[in-house]
Design a protein around this ligand. Sequence first.
Ligand code: XMP
Length: 516
Amino acid sequence: VVLVVDFGAQYAQLIARRVREARVYSEIVPSTMPVAEMLAKNPKAIILSGGPSSVYAEGAPRLDRSLFEAGVPVFGMCYGFQLMATTLGGTVDNTGAREYGRTPLAVSRPGSTLFEGTPAEQSVWMSHGDACSAAPEGFTVSASTDVVPVAAFENDEKRLYGVQYHPEVLHSTHGQQVLEHFLYRGAGIEPSWTMGSIIEEQIAAIREQVGNKRAICGLSGGVDSAVAAALVQKAIGDQLTCVYVDHGLMRKGESEQVEKDFVAATGVQLKVVDAQERFLAALAGVSEPEAKRKIIGREFIRVFEQAQAEIVAEAPNDHPVAFLVQGTLYPDIVESGGGTGTANIKSHHNVGGLPDDIEFELVEPLRQLFKDEVRMVGSELGLPDEIVHRQPFPGPGLGIRIVGEVTKDRLDLLREADAIAREELTAAGLDREIWQCPVVLLADVRSVGVQGDGRTYGHPIVLRPVSSEDAMTADWTRMPYDVLARISTRITNEVADVNRVVLDVTSKPPGTIEWE
Ligand code: XMP
């Protein structure tokens, strides 16, 4: 393992991903972790991330010198670089001169461990105030900028390296190459972390954990639960049963995707619970968004628990159902406490928000993976693209995309409009560019239109295409007008009772992605 020491401000996750792109397994640890504890993990290398502090600021995170004396190769980036410089006796000046953004870097030792094969001048991403003016003893300087005399230093004997810039961001044109040079040349690591190796490792771990007991898994139609289930199925076959609660709030073709395509691709044992009537009955007369969400969540748990009880009852005594499979991802673990335990995983990550008091041991085969890695594992396991590259879809489904009461007719209408929008977005090749595009029915709003010879009095459909990295913030996607025009024409022609299509041009914040 390569440890990425997190000095804050989101850099560590990106670095960990880049290390994995170099096919080396990486984990993030907080900078507060004692050095002895880091070394106990037997890291093949340690990377010190950037961070928001100045090394001279009071209370700025520090590192014990022993980290650099343990014989483990270390690579410092930005704040990590400055920390390394000051800890080892170099000079960092608190000049106050900031260098920010894309900066030309002059490489003075083009054949060095870090820079071999990269151009003498390359563009790097800088973000710092202090500047290193003298490298610690035993280090040679291999690059500089107009502002920073020491922008990279290397000590091959001690296998310690550092750069002032952020090699992990794409604006640093040769950043990935420099990082790989550190890993392969500096630290002598053989790249071996591949999707195939992840799958093999996980299958062995799942078999060991589950033994001859049984497991269940709730499928939501989303990527994470599908890949987790496929992986567990591969490991323990029919000891796994998947449960799919069809609440009738899915989009057109989605239930079929789970019931047919997913089963065909994995051979998984699936229990489908048709709960459409039940959800419609529970939602009757309700239009307040939070009330709808609560009802859908509550009904989901009830139906899932019932299905679970049935599966448990069917199990022979010698093979108890003891495990619940969940598609928890690495970012969830990191964000909930740096991978130090399973105790405080965000509860809302669970499929449909399953209750905390569920009496199962968790199987979380994706807990080391980032989303893009999950998709790769899914493809490697033979899941269809429609599942692996699915856009995010909320647990409460179309129930929170009908502004007003949820009825069967309205759901059918929205399903048609949504299917048209998705079809046209796919045809225009916009699926990867658009994070997600909710299609919303304003069921309580009517407007006057004219169609053929007659007056219409119908409902508007809202298109909400957004671009985002993580759904925490988002911007509305500047979509080509001709694609919008095709969607609008088709929806108003093909979907009865819709006579208007409008585009939502609000970013998040202040709007949320969903309308409810
Ligand atoms: P908002 O509307 O809060 O949505 O900007 C952010 C992201 O979360 C999705 N979303 C949900 N996902 N259960 C889920 O599993 C929910 O209750 C839920 N509500 C919103 C939404 O689609 C977007 O990707």
